[in-house]
Design a protein around this ligand. Structure first.
Ligand code: AMP
Length: 485
């Protein structure tokens, strides 16, 4: 298997031999040179090879597959079959599907390619009309596409190129079975492009089934390591004081355009409300919001009218908004890889970014898993027993009275299922390791002395992410926590 390592390739787009109409579109977009994944992936895909790409969003991977695909379409112009397409791209979420379709349209605008996008949660009629004459490129989420295939309103018999994007997220969302069913509708002879941010064994197996022998292998981020430009911090905090801490962060002017992640849809709504109550313009996006609500929230956030976008993982996946100054993880994710995806919402397109994660006592196990998977120790600060936050929390009586989410709650009702047909709603969610192995995930017991210690300021917890040792009073404040740059 050809394996190309992450290097700073300085190739120009003109050196890649792309169609002139594409080069013109790239110059319209203001792209000067290919990103590493583009430089590495484009030649092989242009030559018709299969591709295995290990890359997360933010690396330019959409153009890495869209450009050579468009080049191949331009080199061999043919009409797409009725109700069919020449290129099929599968994406886990509606937002990502929409963005991929927009990228195809932007890069292919001087070629006159037709692009359709298909996802759940909206009526079928418009999608059937869009597909009736056949399109060059179809971008779809698996559940709704399968519905169309079962109803024979779409055919995949004319597919020449197949892209599976964000395969690991597909696994998390239970889409592996639908994908295998969709693949049965594809012609045997085709070009396959397979992208995933991480390579768990099930994804490796799927890649082995889908790709022809000897694909080009491109890896721009080592497996599950976090983007280096992002400044990361963890803050230890009582679950009941997270709201006060969040409001404190937003008092900083440099928290300009912030995505706040919660584990549940209900949590996202509550956090957005509490920010609004504190005078911070906020909007929530999650699977219960209509497509129109999501689009309006995203547009307001992009325009800078909304300072905080509060989102669940699935709703936020694939959001491509430049200049996100900070990512706040109000709750840690149950799946460690999601930590990497979340912080990847900032530091896009070469910018720097900052990520702050709140960690309550019952989330220590999750933090441990995250540090193990990302092979790093995240600098941490201890803000438990902070008097200022306690006072602030008491000044928010209606919020303080609410019960915090437990660390395992989010697993019970995963979201984003609306585009799966009822028969396919069975979940295929990865359990956190300790739980999957029957391990104990209870939070570490907190010493009595620590619960009552008054930290006035924050303590930098340094390398260790365990609390002070049992029986010992919490050490005095060493360094006051300060907002990230
Ligand atoms: P992606 O990883 O495909 O989600 O792309 C991340 C962002 O980088 C998007 O906003 C793209 O428009 C942008 N981008 C992709 N390729 C380039 C490039 N060669 N030069 C500058 N920006 C790019």
């Amino acid at each position: 298997m050809a394996h190309v390592k992450d290097t700073n390739v300085l190739t120009k787009f003109t050196e890649l031999g792309l169609d002139k109409a594409l080069l013109k579109a790239l110059s319209d977009e203001g792209y000067e040179k290919p990103t590493p994944i583009q430089a590495q992936a484009i030649p092989g895909v242009m030559a018709g090879k299969d591709l295995l790409g290990i890359a997360q969003t933010g690396t330019g991977k959409t153009a890495a597959f869209a450009l050579p695909i468009l080049h191949r379409l331009a080199a061999d112009r043919q009409a797409a079959p009725r109700r069919g397409c020449r290129v099929l791209v599968l994406s886990p979420t509606r937002e990502l599907a929409t963005q991929i379709a927009e990228s195809f349209k932007a890069y292919g605008k001087h070629l006159g390619v037709s692009v359709a996008v298909i996802f759940g949660g909206v009526k079928y009629g418009g999608q059937m009309r869009a597909m009736a004459p056949g399109v060059d490129v179809l971008v779809a989420t698996p559940g709704r596409l399968l519905d169309h295939l079962q109803e024979k309103t779409i055919t995949l018999q004319g597919v020449e190129m197949f892209v599976l994007d964000e395969a690991d997220q597909m696994l998390d969302m239970g889409f592996i079975v639908p994908i295998r069913q969709i693949v049965k509708h594809l012609p045997r002879v085709r070009q396959n492009l397979f992208f995933s941010a991480t390579m768990p064994s099930e994804i490796e197996k799927l890649a082995g089934e889908l790709l022809r022998p000897n694909p080009t292998k491109v890896s721009v981020t080592p497996q599950a390591t976090t983007v280096e430009r992002i400044k990361q911090q963890v803050i230890f905090i009582e679950a009941t004081r997270k709201r006060a801490l969040l409001c404190e962060l937003f008092a900083e002017k440099d928290f300009k355009r912030v995505i706040v992640f919660t584990r549940t849809k209900r949590g996202a709504d509550r956090v957005a409300k509490s920010l609004e109550a504190a005078g911070v313009n906020a909007a929530a996006i999650h699977g219960d919001k209509s497509q129109g609500q999501r689009e309006r929230a995203l547009a307001a956030f992009k325009a800078g009218d909304v300072r905080a976008l509060v989102a669940t993982d699935i709703a936020a996946r694939g959001i491509d908004i430049d200049a996100v100054s900070h990512v706040v993880q109000y709750e840690l994710p149950n799946v460690p890889e999601a930590y990497v995806h979340r912080i990847g919402r900032t530091a896009r397109a070469g910018a720097d970014g900052s990520a702050v994660a709140f960690c309550a006592d019952d989330e220590r196990g999750l933090l441990k898993d995250i540090q193990k998977v990302t092979r790093q120790t995240i600098p941490s600060f201890d803000r438990r027993n902070d008097r200022g936050l306690s006072v602030m929390t008491k000044a928010m009586p209606e919020l303080a009275a609410e019960k915090p989410e437990r660390a395992d709650r989010g697993q019970r009702k995963p979201e984003g299922r609306s585009d799966l047909p009822p028969g396919l709603r069975k979940q295929r969610r990865r359990k956190p390791k300790a739980q999957a192995q029957g391990g104990d995930r209870r939070p570490e017991a907190q010493p009595h002395s620590q619960r009552h210690a008054d930290h006035r300021g924050g303590k930098q917890a340094g390398e260790s992410f365990r609390g002070p040792k049992r029986g010992k009073a919490a050490p005095a404040a060493e360094k006051r926590w300060s907002p990230l740059d």
